[in-house]
Design a protein around this ligand. Structure first.
Ligand code: CTP
Length: 407
């Protein structure tokens, strides 16, 4: 069954939206975006980088927004432009299109234009719609910069796949103005919907020590769980993330407890679970650990070598036994019979629902930026979702949880 999207009427009515336009070809779409936002009843002010004016005229955006467009630190008669005032005025700051250059500045805090100084002064939520050519978007620096700005609490409106100005095809096109508008409507709809709720998330792999230099681990990056933690914190929840070894980090609104082994993860999860309202266990916990830890490095001897393994504690199943008021959610990463195996785990671990993904689906699973999930509830109803960025998947999970708790 496909999961339907609810209409979000009037969500933008009366909202003050600051639109930042940077110098990419998609800047011409800013005119449509302003028009659509105004039609929804939002009040719009526009800031442009100086070069953005070569792609769309400030006059066009001024007419459509019914407001003055700001570009420079000084007005033509040399009066200082109060950027702090603009940053405090807005309910949301949307940077669309956001070029690779502005993205890099946002990641490092470089402040050489009015738009960047407003960004650095903003207290409202900042939404970023990247727009760049496919290879630029695939470049490791762009990927890292996107992760960095997410970790600072910004929200990325993922680019779309399609024909690019260069004639190439691929990911990098700015999200269509209509899609940016519906993204913002959903944001305002859910705003603060988890305020006062305590949410526990587990994420990442675990490392089970064999000797001082070796361990049993897996390829999990923790990306999916971190995105879920960020999404709940974004909606006002008090989030504790118990995170296995990874170089990634959640944004600063999330309380992050870094752990190495399944034992440490278990101890921290059971403690936090007692006072949690919702717990989502997305960690790829090692199922087995060495039965005996060798305090000295194991030396190479025979051609074959056996390590005795013993089961780790199933953290999720233990939480299922301790469950009282909490909504408990698990993940199931499978390579075959996905729905069947995942459904069995709901009962075996006493879950409210489970999020299944298959390693067979292209773009799903470990260390990718995207995921494709199905959510299965206690009544065995299956909700299938499309392949999306992990940030969008996190939002789907958040919305599903919200609807589940309302029932
Ligand atoms: N899980 C856990 N502790 C473990 C193993 C798994 O908390 N020691 C949790 C995972 O975080 C996930 C769910 O259990 O939410 C299912 O994990 P998965 O690896 O898919 O299944 P397992 O129960 O380990 O069974 P199998 O590996 O046989 O599929």
């Amino acid at each position: 069954m496909a999961h339907s999207t609810l209409p979000f009427l009037f969500m933008l009515n009366g909202k003050k939206i600051l639109l930042g336009v940077t110098a990419g070809i998609a800047a011409y779409k800013a005119a449509t975006l302003v028009r659509l936002l105004v039609k929804k009843g939002a009040e719009i002010k526009v800031i442009m980088t100086p070069d953005a004016q070569t792609f769309v005229s400030p006059q066009t955006l001024s007419v459509l927004s019914k407001n003055k467009v700001e570009v420079d630190f000084f007005t033509p008669d040399k009066v200082w432009n109060n950027h702090v005032h603009l940053a405090l005025w807005a309910d949301a700051f949307v940077i669309a299109p956001c070029t690779a250059n502005t993205l890099a500045k946002m990641a490092t805090g470089l402040c050489d234009n009015l738009l960047m100084s407003v960004y650095l002064s903003a207290r409202c939520k900042v939404y970023v719609a990247p727009a760049m050519d496919v290879d630029m978007y695939q470049h490791p620096t762009a990927k890292n910069n996107i992760q960095k700005i997410i970790s600072y609490g910004n929200i990325v409106i993922p680019p779309e796949n399609g024909e690019l100005a260069s004639g190439l095809h691929g990911e990098g096109r700015m999200a269509e103005p209509e899609n940016i508008v519906s993204f913002l409507e959903k944001e305002f709809e859910n705003h603060g919907s988890f305020k006062g709720k305590k949410v526990l998330i587990s994420a990442g792999p675990t490392y089970e020590e064999i000797d001082p230099v070796r361990f049993i681990g897996n390829r999990s990056s923790g990306k999916m769980g971190i995105a879920i933690a960020n999404a709940f914190a974004h909606e006002g929840a008090d989030v504790t993330l118990v995170l296995g070894p990874t170089h990634l980090a959640p944004n600063s609104a999330v309380k992050c407890i870094r752990v190495e082994s399944s034992n440490e993860m278990y101890a921290n999860c059971t403690e936090a679970f007692k006072t949690s309202d919702i717990a989502i266990m997305s960690a790829a916990v090692a199922d087995y650990k060495a039965a005996d830890y060798s305090s000295q490095k194991i030396k190479k001897k025979e051609d074959t070598f056996q390590i005795n393994l013993t089961k780790t504690t199933d953290i999720l199943a233990e939480l299922g036994k301790q469950k009282k008021q909490q909504c408990l959610v698990g993940f199931a990463l499978e390579t075959e019979n996905v729905i069947e195996y995942a459904t069995k785990k709901i009962k075996a671990k006493n879950l409210d629902f489970i999020i299944a993904n298959s390693l067979q689906d292209k773009g799903a699973g470990f260390a990718t930026d995207t995921n494709k999930i199905s959510i299965i509830d206690k009544g065995d109803k299956v909700f299938d979702y499309d392949l999306k960025s992990k940030e969008e998947v996190a939002k789907d999970i958040l919305n599903f949880t919200l609807n589940y708790l309302k029932k």
